[in-house]
Design a protein. Structure first.
Lengths: 274, 445
């Protein structure tokens, strides 16, 4: 049996506002899960809470990997345990080269007890591996020398996230709308890249509005989020159906969650508009 | 304003009697002694008037006690320094000063045969008594600019001179070291670089204290004179201990089609104030100015920079990056001046500050004064904390919070280091930053 990521009755607030209201989810290494749902349902909140963003406050419930409580751990410790988030909006780090950043990241993940200043993985070995991974993802190796995400196009940023996943080989990868804002070529590249990576050693949670990513990475399980909880789960057919028909039926079956979702979505719109 | 207040009397170590004694011990050409006398009377006069409000109002000089310091006439018996640049590459020549006295001077024989002069001020004055007369505090830094430039001109303890004849290309970098090794020693050293037309050279200079607890004073001047089509690269790493006061006038003049690449590293000193000028005198002259400063504890590091465009098609490009930690204070006041005739000028100045603590403070004031009508001048200043989202992103990749911060700070400096073509300088500044951040390399990388 591979590792198990367990999310139980998870409640999360952001700036005092309750967003997740009892999320229940189990992901095993080797499984692909799709997480779908309308705007404001809490999908990204779940992603951030899992990796430990300080603004996302867990008010109840638990997150465990093989029984280890993640809530007591900093984001870097969670990463060292094998958690990975492909960011919806990857952050620019000026002046830090992709290769240097990744060499530090890889060294920490592979030597979880490493302290700052201690040895990094050997340069030659690292370079070789990085070059191979970049070539496999169809990336120009010149990117290794560029500053992390600086001046990258949307597609390049997303591909960089997949490259990081390839180098860090996480046990559990959460992909937060990795397919959004990309043209169809870029979506194909990212999907194929993920397909190569998602094997028996990786549990994947794909958060998406679209179906493209799922065509290449057929989910074993599909979950629908509404109003801060998972209201329905099914197999890959559910993802297809939701993509075809939208969330009207789901809303009708879960009026309470739909109402909470609508209220939250309205608040989000108001904040954005102001 | 306490900082600009006039002094009632001159400190005994720098008064009229001290001055007479100082000049009587130096065997210098008459022109220089006369110039010192003139400078001394300016020093007396300027000491009784306030410093320029605009330049000095943010600098608190109350803790600066000139009477504490004195000029040394002899080298200390023994001193060792932890140097950043000294042994990092092959130099074409080196000159070292400790406590204002020349310790050593050396120049590659081939360069000497080509007519290159590189040595201590005293040696150069002795061998070529008239060579410097038209240059020394005549073109770039005037005696009477303010109290400190007059003080320097009157009591100048020596310094480093580089002269490169017409068309000579000095490939290997030259090295100059200025050290302080005795308690309360005053160093008033001068750096004078003259590149004749079409010449080129690189001079790397660093300052350091023999131990971090030594109190000391540096009142310096740097004059960089770049001829037609000549190219100078000059680096000064100020790395004094944190009980040193550093005041300096530094100016470069670039003639037509010439270029000056000037990098300053501001790491040490308790109070450091540098007045830095670049003058673009001839058509198509260029200057690039890079600043890397990192202040911690209670350090105050201040720059007053001016880029003066006096001819058409000139370009200046100044980028200062500063990091402030603890209760440190950083001040930068910049100005681009464009004279009426300097059409098609391209001037740029930017200062970015990263604050690593809530108690650190930055003032950055860019400015433009433009009298020509067909120019492109841009300026900017930013100041901010380390971005929390950047830290989180690094942490999400397994990097600890502290290591992430260090990485982000090094990245912040990287964009200015990228502009420096000399690898040893980039590496050295990087190491200096790591050291200041407290990163110890436990194992080789």
């Amino acid at each position: 049996m591979g590792s198990l990521l367990q999310i139980e009755n998870l409640h999360v607030s952001v700036e005092g506002k309750s967003i997740l209201k009892g999320v229940q989810l189990e992901i095993r290494q080797g499984e692909i899960h799709a997480l779908m749902g309308p705007n404001g349902s809490g999908k990204s909140t779940l992603a951030y809470a899992l990796v430990g963003h300080p603004k996302y406050e867990v008010t109840a419930g638990k997150i465990e990997v093989d029984g280890v409580n993640l809530l007591d751990l900093d984001p870097n410790e969670r990463a060292r345990l094998g958690l990975f988030l492909a960011f919806q909006y990857p952050v620019v780090i000026p002046g830090v080269k992709v290769a240097d950043f990744l060499r530090h990241a890889v060294s920490n993940i592979r030597k979880p007890d490493r302290k700052e200043g201690e040895g990094l993985i050997p340069m030659r070995e690292f370079r070789k591996e990085l070059r191979e991974r970049m070539e496999a993802l169809g990336m120009d190796t010149e990117f290794a020398r560029r500053y992390l995400n600086e001046g990258f196009s949307g597609g390049e940023k997303k591909r960089m996230e997949i490259l990081q996943m390839a180098m860090l080989k996480p046990k559990f990868a959460i992909l937060d709308e990795t397919d959004s804002g990309l043209d169809s070529d870029a979506v194909r590249v990212v999907s194929e890249g993920l397909q190569k990576l998602a094997g028996p050693d990786t549990g994947v949670l794909i958060i998406t509005h679209h179906e493209r990513l799922l065509e290449f990475n057929k989910p074993h399980h599909t979950h629908v989020m509404l109003g801060g909880r998972i209201v329905e789960s099914g197999d890959s057919a559910l993802a297809h159906k939701l993509h075809e028909e939208g969330y009207a039926e789901i809303r009708a079956r879960h009026p309470q969650a739909a109402a909470e979702n609508a209220a939250h979505e309205e608040a989000l719109t108001a904040t954005t508009a102001s | 304003m306490s900082g600009t207040i006039a002094a009632a009397t001159l400190p005994p170590s720098f008064d009229a009697r001290a001055f007479e004694q100082f000049v009587s011990h130096r065997s210098e050409p008459t022109w220089l002694t006369e110039r010192r006398r003139q400078a001394f009377s300016q020093f007396e006069e300027l000491s009784h008037s306030s410093l320029d409000e605009e330049e000095w109002k943010r600098i608190d000089l109350r803790s600066f006690r000139p009477e504490r310091y004195e000029i040394r006439n002899t080298l200390p018996a023994q001193s060792t320094f932890d140097l950043l640049l000294a042994d990092r590459t092959e130099f074409g020549g080196r000159v070292t000063h400790i406590d204002g006295c020349t310790q050593a001077s050396q120049l590659d024989g081939t360069l000497r045969k080509q007519g290159v002069i590189f040595g201590s001020l005293q040696d150069v004055l002795q061998a070529h008594p008239d060579l410097l007369q038209d240059y020394w505090m005549q073109r770039a830094v005037p005696n009477g600019r303010d109290r400190f430039s007059a003080w320097h001109a009157a009591f100048c303890t020596g310094g480093t001179v580089l002269y490169v004849p017409k068309g000579v290309d000095v490939e290997a970098p030259l090295y100059s070291f200025i050290g302080l090794a005795s308690e309360n020693a005053a160093d008033l050293s001068h750096t004078l670089v003259i590149l004749e037309n079409g010449a080129s050279a690189t001079l790397l200079e660093e300052t350091a204290s023999a131990n971090p607890d030594l109190s000391g004073l540096h009142i310096g001047a740097v004059e960089l004179l770049v001829g037609d089509g000549a190219h100078l690269q000059y680096v000064q790493l100020q790395n004094w201990g944190t009980k040193v006061c550093h005041f300096a006038h530094q100016a470069g003049r670039v003639a037509g089609n010439g270029s000056l690449r000037w990098t300053v590293g501001g790491l040490g000193a308790r109070i450091a104030h540098i007045h830095q000028d670049v003058f673009l005198d001839g058509p198509a002259a260029e200057a690039q100015v890079n600043g890397v400063t990192f202040a911690s504890e209670k350090q105050l590091i201040s720059y007053y920079t001016q880029q003066t465009h006096a001819a058409p098609f000139t370009r200046s490009d100044l980028l200062y990056k500063q990091v402030l930690r603890d209760r440190a204070r950083g001040i930068w006041r910049g100005m681009i001046r464009v004279d009426e005739g300097a059409q098609k000028t391209d001037g740029y100045q930017r200062n970015d500050t990263l604050l690593l603590s809530g108690d650190s403070r930055a003032d950055a004031i860019p400015g433009l004064e433009i009298e020509a009508d067909d120019v492109r001048c841009t300026h900017g200043a930013t100041a901010g904390r380390v971005d929390e989202e950047q830290i989180f992103y690094c942490m999400a990749r397994g990097i600890s919070e502290m290591e992430a911060k260090h990485m982000i700070v090094e990245g912040f400096f990287q964009t200015v280091l990228d502009r420096i073509p000399v690898e040893v300088v980039r590496e050295t500044l990087n190491r200096a930053v790591e050291k200041k951040l407290g990163i110890e390399r436990l194992q080789g990388v």
